[in-house]
Design a protein around this ligand. Structure first.
Ligand SMILES: [Zn+2]
Ligand SMILES: [Zn+2]
Length: 341
């Protein structure tokens, strides 16, 4: 007996392939999501970049571009290696100077004081995509309008929430360290330094106020805006779309097109499957600049006890690949043949 159309909603997953797409997990929703997400992230930036020739009448100089890139990746790695992999998850041990440098580099990203960032992020892992997660895009439900609202929430809205993650509960280890506590408390100072380095360098190199102004625009404002959006995209986009080759109890996905800009953090499905791993891009070809730098720190003797993933650990966290679980007879014959060979 076949199900009548009004019963499709409750049809078990195994039948989905044969039935017309009528559930939220269907293919059409995925493309709607993808398109909306791309608009979500690109339109404000295209608008921002388009505003520049209108304001200045010319493009960006190599000096401004260099300042923007350098400051971007210093702050980005401060967040990914420092705030995230080291302070939040303890993926490696760091010598004292590296520990302090990472807290300062992360502060230069203007994403909040280290202790608050870590407390929020630990809470995110504790409740990922369930009640209690500070920034789940699934907060309002699974329909497209609810997801759009949820994406906005996960992207920026959550930061305006009155509720604060209790630091004593989620980051007591950091509060106990006087140097980290001091860096965290002087966040405004690090923000000022972060915003003033580009105009200072730009002004000195070109010896002009104009050079200082354009360096401030590109190296400070555009750089911070871009880094903010990329970091927030890990919370919004990487919890809504992307491939999910690993077992995790949430909706985290691997999003390849954010890998370089996010310094390797967009391999977010692996991260939720194995949060303490020092490398997030564990599969072939997955670029992860943060893992590369941690390796250099290890070789220099600044980092130790690095939790590098090994093949067995990665395999144990992998989902059965499609075709392994429900392969038709022809597929399993092929597999048998491959095993015999
Ligand atoms: Zn996450
Ligand atoms: Zn994490």
């Amino acid at each position: 007996m076949t199900a009548s159309p009004d019963l499709i909603e409750d049809a078990p997953k195994a039948q989905e392939a044969e039935l017309p797409i009528a559930t939220l997990g269907g293919d059409s929703k995925r493309s709607i999501e993808q398109i909306t997400l791309l608009l979500f992230i690109t339109v404000p930036f295209v608008a921002l970049l388009a505003a520049v020739p209108l304001a200045w009448g010319w493009g960006v100089s190599w000096l401004d571009l260099g300042l923007m890139t350098a400051m971007y990746f210093i702050g980005c790695h401060g967040i990914t290696i420092g705030y995230h992999r080291y302070f939040t998850h303890g993926s490696f041990k760091a010598k004292r100077p590296l520990r302090i440098a990472l807290a300062i580099m992360g502060s230069l990203a203007v994403e909040g004081p280290v202790v608050r960032w870590v407390a929020d992020h630990r809470k995110h892992h504790k409740f990922s995509d369930a009640e209690g997660d500070p920034h789940s895009p699934w907060r309002y439900g699974e329909t497209v309008p609810a997801l759009m609202k949820g994406l906005w929430w996960a992207h920026v809205g959550w930061m305006f929430d009155e509720e604060r993650t209790p630091q004593q509960k989620y980051a007591p280890d950091l509060i106990k360290d006087p140097a980290i506590r001091a860096i965290s408390r002087t966040f405004i100072l690090w923000t000022a330094i972060s915003l003033l380095i580009p105009p200072l360098v730009g002004g000195l190199v070109t010896w002009s106020w104009q050079g200082a102004a354009t360096a401030f625009f590109w190296g400070s404002l555009v750089r911070v805006a871009l880094l903010h959006h990329v970091t927030w995209s890990i919370n919004s986009i990487c919890h809504a779309v992307g491939k999910r080759p690993f077992k995790s109890r949430d909706r985290s996905g691997n999003v390849w097109w954010l890998a370089i800009l996010s310094c390797g953090e967009s391999w977010h499905n692996l991260h939720h499957a194995d949060p303490t791993s020092a490398r997030h891009g564990v599969l072939r070809g997955q670029i992860d600049s943060s893992a590369r730098l941690i390796r250099w720190f290890e070789l220099a003797g600044w980092a130790s006890d690095v939790r590098w993933p090994n093949a067995g650990r990665i395999e144990s966290r992998r989902k059965p690949r499609p075709g392994e679980e429900s392969a038709p007879a022809a597929g399993s014959e092929k597999k048998d043949a491959a095993q015999a060979a």
